[in-house]
Design a protein around this ligand. Structure first.
Ligand code: CP
Ligand code: NVA
Length: 313
């Protein structure tokens, strides 16, 4: 039977910096071990009988499939909720939803709008809560991205990551990763869509460099990455963004000035011909399919860590 409560202090993963560098490195290494076992068809059922509730207030393909498949592969089970299909869509307070769901399951993953919404949920939850994307952060994606970089190119410490495009949930999570793991982040976004200095603060000055010209941001980078021009929830800005972002398409000239060994990543879904040229995302430097797959492996490690702590087996 599942315990419904977690041994040890209750931990959430609402943003990347909820974990220390050592905890992130542990989850990445554990994800690598879990992936290796998965590839060799070795059972790894450390969450036998545990139950994950997934709450989606926005659309998803990768997050849904990776959490759902991952939990079943770990020996557990999953409940899938959406806003429209639950009482959240009929204005039940998020706090009440948290109180109820967290008495019935072992773990919750939420994809929602404001970070404050997931924080309110977590504050009233008896079980760990995982951020499956908010307007502000996408920490599970960055875990997968860093695992992918490490697999292809080794440790990320001391390297340079170029973020081209909207200063969105992915960009701010990359910034937290740069601070925690010790690499440099180049960011280039059009005026009006740049990092907000109030959110950046003064600390990251050492790891962050901002560029007007996206090509200059790519120069010498070991990883070039981008995302859609319009994130979920901002669709009313579509036309204005199309105009503003026209020069922020990761293309072959940008990849040509990056490090010769540079890889290209995109969290997906992608729009070829908008934020990335087809030749880049479908080209030899692209690792986007490994990146997407690694959501599965690293999130299995994350769920295991939140429920069981560090494992030696
Ligand atoms: N990258 C990502 O989170 O994809 P989905 O929106 O399909 O879950
Ligand atoms: N920044 C995008 C990521 C989608 C996975 C969004 O929030 O829609």
């Amino acid at each position: 039977m599942s315990a419904i409560t977690t041994p040890g202090p209750l931990r959430h993963f609402l943003q990347l910096r909820d974990f220390s560098e050592s905890e992130i490195l542990y989850v990445l290494e554990r994800g690598r071990i879990i992936k290796d076992r998965f590839k060799r068809y070795l059972p790894h059922r450390t969450l036998h009988d545990r139950n994950l509730a997934m709450v989606f207030e926005k659309a998803s393909t990768r997050t849904r499939v990776s959490f759902e498949a991952g939990m079943y592969q770990l020996g557990g089970s999953v409940i899938h909720l959406t806003t429209e299909g639950s009482q959240l869509g009929r204005a039940e307070p998020i706090e009440d939803t948290a109180r109820v769901i967290s008495r019935m399951v072992d773990l919750v993953m939420i994809r929602t709008y404001e970070q404050t919404r997931i924080e309110r949920f977590a504050a009233h939850s008896r079980v760990p809560v995982i951020n499956g994307l908010t307007n502000e952060f996408h920490p599970c994606q960055i875990l997968a991205d860093i695992l992918t970089f490490v697999e292809h190119r080794g440790p990320i410490r001391g390297r340079t990551v170029a973020w081209i495009g909207d200063a969105n949930n992915m960009a701010y999570t990359w910034l937290q990763a740069a601070e925690l793991l010790g690499f440099t982040l180049h960011v280039s976004a059009p005026e009006g869509y740049r990092l907000d200095p109030r959110r950046v603060g003064s600390q990251p000055a050492a790891v962050l460099r901002e560029f007007d010209d996206p090509l200059e941001a790519c120069r010498g980078a070991h990883l070039v990455t981008t995302d859609v021009w319009t994130s979920m929830g901002y669709e009313s800005e579509n036309e204005a963004r199309r105009l503003a972002f026209a020069d922020w398409c990761v293309d072959e000239p940008m990849m040509a000035v990056a490090d010769p060994e540079a890889v290209f990543m995109h969290c997906l879904p992608a729009h070829r011909g908008e934020e990335v040229a087809g030749e880049v995302i479908d080209g030899p430097q692209s690792v986007v399919w490994d990146e997407a797959e690694n959501r599965l492996h690293v999130q299995k490690a994350l769920m295991e860590f939140l429920l069981l702590g560090r494992r030696e087996d």
